[in-house]
Design a protein around this ligand. Sequence first.
Ligand code: ADP
Ligand code: MG
Ligand code: MG
Length: 199
Amino acid sequence: MLDADFFRRWMTATAASVSREAERLTALDSPIGDADHGSNLQRGFAAVTATLEKEAPDTPGAVLTLAGRQLISTVGGASGPLYGTLLRRTGKALGDAGEVSEDQFAEALRAGVDAVMTLGGATPGDKTMIDALVPAVDALGDGFTAARAAAEEGALATTPLQARKGRASYLGERSIGHQDPGATSSSLLIAGLVEAAGE
Ligand code: ADP
Ligand code: MG
Ligand code: MG
């Protein structure tokens, strides 16, 4: 079973990896964006860990709902509302249980990813974070390590795609040949699950 501490560790691990990889995420956002993805998420997840420490929510749903709300209010770019919606919707789907099973979490994350697709209008193949998140959710039934591998593969597979959503889509065919920054940060988010589980 996964408790509030697990979800807190997930957010802390993600904040650390996003901070470690911030320069790389921003570099990926440079040829096909506005070179702010790393700094956007570094600022956002730092605020998430600070607010989780301060408010100490005590259920999985409350941890993710608060984290999502914080991302929405801290990150100005496209990725803030999208990641914020992902976490908020996932948290809402977890309800107010003190512990949730891995299957319940997989189902909730599916609802979160669906909400991101509804909000942003992207579907798999559009060269966005969805290209890492959908395969990760599909693989989650096989465990966190399988989800991490699927997300990493999904992020790498964005390179040959032409962007159809977000800032990168303004470049048309010139977006081809670059890995999507949001899919890359999504693979960090999913990798955080493995860390949180201590696997
Ligand atoms: P901005 O583009 O506003 O500067 P960021 O650089 O923080 O925001 O985030 C860019 C990332 O957001 C992209 O790499 C992409 O993965 C993701 N993204 C942008 N628009 C969408 C969308 N409509 N649906 C899903 N993901 C999106
Ligand atoms: Mg950007
Ligand atoms: Mg921006």
